[in-house]
Design a protein around this ligand. Structure first.
Ligand SMILES: Cc1ncc(COP(=O)(O)OP(=O)(O)O)c(N)n1
Ligand code: 3NM
Ligand code: MG
Length: 208
């Protein structure tokens, strides 16, 4: 499926609980979300697989891909469109081998050393962050700020998406940093109107 990093919704089970995960995602999609990642740090694979399958069915025909955070087995069992992994979430080459060539595979990068080791032949995009400190990820790395983000984005051999503490009001500065899009949890999940929250973000343009 086509990769468009412009507005990347990462889900949070607690923040989405009141409205429900699928309703939140569908509303955000109507507001312009271009990519969705199912992220649940508490659920085990067996709990996550049916949720991922329902979300994949809800997104069917929309052209918006569903990626799974961390869990290769969930991505494979649910028919999701891809996987996002961090530096400690397994080997990129193993994930690519298991997912096949058509799947979307993303990797988190926080430093220039990590960037230098990026496997450009097997990855589709990089998540750069956190731009700001955020309560949505308790174990996040040191914040990059816009200057650190621009330095990483400028040196990246792959399309990039910024993440961490980002709101719609940051879009202009994020665009100036040279990334392909913004990834957000709390700016959309848990807001009273996810569609309007998504609509507040500008479109960054086609990735790649
Ligand atoms: C788009 C995007 N970028 C970065 C991350 C963070 O991944 P990771 O470092 O593996 O941390 P967890 O999300 O697993 O806590 C992401 N999920 N998505
Ligand atoms: C999932 C995630 N990864 C990050 C990283 O820096 O890699 S920051 C983060 C949480 C983003 O949530 P919010 O938009 O609510 O700040
Ligand atoms: Mg991870």
């Amino acid at each position: 499926m086509r990769l468009d990093l412009s507005l990347y919704l990462v889900t949070d089970p607690e923040l989405c609980a009141e409205r429900g995960l699928e309703d939140t995602v569908l509303a955000a999609m109507k507001g312009g979300v271009t990519l969705v990642q199912l992220r649940d740090k508490q659920a085990d694979d067996a709990e996550m697989i049916p949720v991922a399958r329902r979300l994949k069915a809800a997104l069917a025909g929309s052209g918006v891909p569903l990626l799974i955070n961390d869990r290769l087995e969930v991505a494979l069992a649910s028919g999701a469109d891809g996987l996002h992994i961090g530096q400690d979430d397994g080997e990129v080459h193993e994930a690519r081998a298991a997912l096949g060539p058509e799947a979307i595979l993303g990797l988190s990068v926080q430093t220039h050393d990590q960037l230098a080791r990026v496997d450009t032949t097997r990855l589709d995009y990089l998540g750069l962050g956190p731009v700001f400190a955020t309560p949505s990820k308790q174990d996040h790395a040191a914040p990059l700020g816009f200057d650190g983000l621009a330095a990483l984005a400028g040196a990246s051999p792959l399309p990039t998406v910024a993440i961490g503490g980002l709101k719609a009001e940051h879009a202009a500065a994020v665009q100036r940093a040279g990334v392909n899009g913004m990834a957000v949890i709390s700016a959309i999940c848990g807001t009273p109107d996810p569609q309007a929250a998504a609509r507040a973000f500008p479109y960054f343009g086609q990735t790649g």
